[in-house]
Write a protein that binds this ligand. Structure first.
Ligand SMILES: [Zn+2]
Length: 510
């Protein structure tokens, strides 16, 4: 069967033919792109003509930094994103405990201490869930609160030292309050998911349908433990994934740990923290550093070289300017010893940059994977906006002008999963509430579209099969309600994905 999509405005993202009217799809691949008349000539014994009546077709969106597995499980857990008080959190936890199977931890996600006015304590959680372990995840996913049973099961007590790159919050008497930062949460987080992971095939099936409805046809899950890699294998064997999911591996002991025991595949390395990323800020003539930096330049260089020598690619999470600087320094050193490594490393997030860092990243020629949808999400008021005028926040236009290769992603569930929202945010720099952030850093629509399609595919190493509509590539394509290159900037966010085709099969609507 050959499918002929005709009478469309096809934005191909292929520089040799940027706009076409039609394309033909057979056995999951694109076999021709061109004018409607020439494509109609390709009719075979079995064929279907899909007349798109002038609608816009673009490549399926690629999201190279998405926490698919985390987001999928979170549909099973109490949603605390709107909680306004400790009492709200307690009600959600009590209700969640009723639905939590015996042997599983009670889980709740997404609380925002800024809405509540403080962080809850283990005592607050104990009051709601006294008799079994419970874990409440902060919206950043880089800190959480555990109840007393959870702390006990993870072996966190009064005498437990802070791990490097983590912090156990303590009250005046030295008792852990339940609040755990970065690496201090590894053990509770890993334990809290174990019993739930058996339901991955079920939640992944539903999640991948939601992704397809948003126009996402390929992603990379940006933190996969060896245990989760086995669950992904089960999900694929069951045919549960409606989209292409690649895996970036972390170690078995937790997201933020040194990934010594990660399963084979591309590696994810956290260079700094999340909500408390590594910053260097100059204020009133003095320089101050803050946040968690997980590796020195030398340690990171050694990790990169070891990974490259084992044939692996590496994704470096780096958010703060000090984190990014450490990543850039280490990559430069490692590339000096192993030049081919340049093609096998990227920096993800790179939120706080300076003109000097931008120039150095451009010079290295590596990809950075950034998250425009955070500009849309009002909840994202990153850690104290630096008062240091040299520090730029998400300077997409400056980076593009300097020649930095930028791809877009969502970091879902930390950011909005919708690529349309991400593109609109990159172009308008406007939040859901109408705040405009550094309008000079707005990107052109065409560049934003490319960053979520071809650029993202290149950053993910998928560009041989995805990211543009060309003969030979996988038939991952979308039909949109209007043409993003022609609609008003303010209308971008309301563009709808009418149809999603993945591998030549319509995955949305099902
Ligand atoms: Zn992430």
């Amino acid at each position: 069967m050959i499918r002929l999509f005709v009478n469309a405005t096809v934005l191909t993202l292929d520089a040799s033919l940027p706009v076409a009217q039609a394309l033909a799809v057979k056995n999951g691949r694109i076999v021709e792109v061109g004018g409607t008349d020439e494509v109609l000539w390709l009719r075979e014994d079995e064929y279907e003509v899909i007349d798109l009546q002038g609608r816009t077709v673009v490549p399926g969106f690629v999201d190279p930094h998405n926490h698919f597995s985390i987001g999928a499980f979170e549909t099973l857990w109490a949603d605390c994103r709107e909680a306004r008080s400790v009492a709200d959190l307690q009600r959600a936890l009590t209700a969640a405990a009723v639905d939590t199977p015996v042997g599983a931890w009670v889980r709740a996600v997404g609380y925002d201490h800024r809405l509540i006015g403080l962080h809850p304590t283990r005592g607050d959680l104990d009051a709601a869930v006294p008799d079994r372990p419970a874990l409440l995840m902060h919206f950043s996913h880089h800190q959480c609160v555990a109840n007393s049973r959870a702390l006990a099961e993870a072996g966190i007590a009064r005498g437990t030292p802070d791990p490097p790159g983590g912090q156990i919050a303590r009250d005046k008497s030295g008792e852990p309050t339940g609040l755990l930062f970065e690496r201090a949460m590894s053990r509770v987080e890993t334990l809290s998911r174990e019993a739930w992971e058996a339901r991955f095939v079920e939640v992944a099936r539903a999640a991948s349908r939601r992704y397809a409805a948003l126009g996402i046809t390929a992603i990379q899950d940006a933190a996969v433990t060896p245990a989760m890699a086995r669950r992904y294998a089960e999900a694929r064997a069951a045919g549960a994934l409606a989209i292409d999911v690649g895996e970036l591996m972390v170690g078995s002991r937790g997201w933020f740990e040194r990934p010594d025991d990660a399963a084979a595949g591309a590696l994810k390395i956290f260079v700094d923290g999340g909500y408390r990323c590594a910053m260097r800020v100059r204020r009133d003539g003095a320089t101050r550093t803050s946040g968690f930096l997980f590796y020195t330049r030398e340690e990171l260089t050694a990790l990169l070289l070891a990974a490259w020598r084992a044939g692996r690619s590496v994704v470096c999470h780096a958010i703060g300017n000090l984190g990014v600087e450490t990543a850039v320094d280490a990559i430069k050193d490692a590339v000096g010893a192993f030049p081919d490594g340049r093609e096998r490393v990227r920096i993800d997030h790179a939120i706080f940059l300076t003109p000097d860092l931008i120039a150095r990243i451009a010079d290295l020629g590596i990809w950075v994977v950034v998250q425009p949808s955070f500009l849309w999400d009002s909840r994202d008021r990153p850690n104290a906006t630096p008062a240091d005028p040299a520090i730029l926040q998400r300077p997409f236009a400056s980076a593009g002008l300097a020649g930095v290769k930028q791809a877009f992603s969502s970091d879902y569930p930390c950011g909005s999963n919708s690529p349309i929202v991400g593109i609109a945010a990159a172009v308008t720099r406007t939040s859901r509430e109408g705040h405009v952030a550094a309008p000079d850093e707005a990107m052109a629509v065409a560049d934003a579209l490319e960053a979520y399609t071809l650029g993202a595919a290149r950053a993910a190493g998928l560009d041989a099969i995805a990211g543009s509509l060309e003969s030979g590539k996988r038939a991952d394509l979308l039909v949109l309600s209007s043409n993003p290159l022609e609609c008003a900037r303010a209308e971008l966010a309301s563009i709808r994905v009418l149809e999603t085709w993945t591998n030549g099969v319509r995955s949305n609507p099902p």
